[in-house]
Design a protein around this ligand. Structure first.
Ligand code: THU
Length: 137
């Protein structure tokens, strides 16, 4: 299982592939599943700005394309432009979709002092949208 430092380094490395010509705010993400596999993503912008895809959702899409379902346990996020690159609300909801039942997701960031720190999805999104009749969610 990769450490939080290793996941953060992977997010840092992949952020170089960000396609962010409009904001000039590159982001990289590396997510880790219970089976030990990791998947990478970058933000991908579009001239129609609202179509932009965040790095976190890109990483989770890649995970899904590789057969992952529930089982997300950690995600590291990096931007060279800003320490503490906190995931947006849409990405938090996506993380909730993939988290393992009754488990939290560790969100790995760099704090203002440059240390690698862990928060939890529960910290950032204590309540999640759900459809109660869909008991599998
Ligand atoms: N962005 C992410 O990749 N992840 C987030 O959680 C928030 C924002 C990207 C979207 C856009 O390309 C750039 O950061 C500036 O908003």
């Amino acid at each position: 299982m990769k450490t939080k430092e290793e996941l953060f380094l992977e997010a840092k490395k992949i952020s170089e592939n960000s396609y962010s010509p409009y904001s000039n705010f590159p982001v990289g993400a590396c997510c880790l599943f219970e089976n030990g596999k990791t998947y990478l993503g970058v933000n991908v912008e579009n001239v129609s700005y609202g179509l932009t895809l965040c790095a976190e959702r890109n990483a989770l899409s890649t995970a899904a394309a590789n057969g992952e379902k529930k089982g997300l346990i950690a995600i590291a996020i990096y931007s060279p432009k800003q320490k503490m690159c906190i995931p947006c609300g849409a990405c938090l909801q996506w993380m909730a979709e993939f988290r393992a039942e009754n488990k939290d997701v560790s969100i790995i960031l760099e704090n203002e002092e440059g240390e690698i720190v862990e928060h939890t999805l529960k910290d950032f999104l204590p309540f999640t949208f759900k459809i109660l009749s869909l008991i599998h969610i």
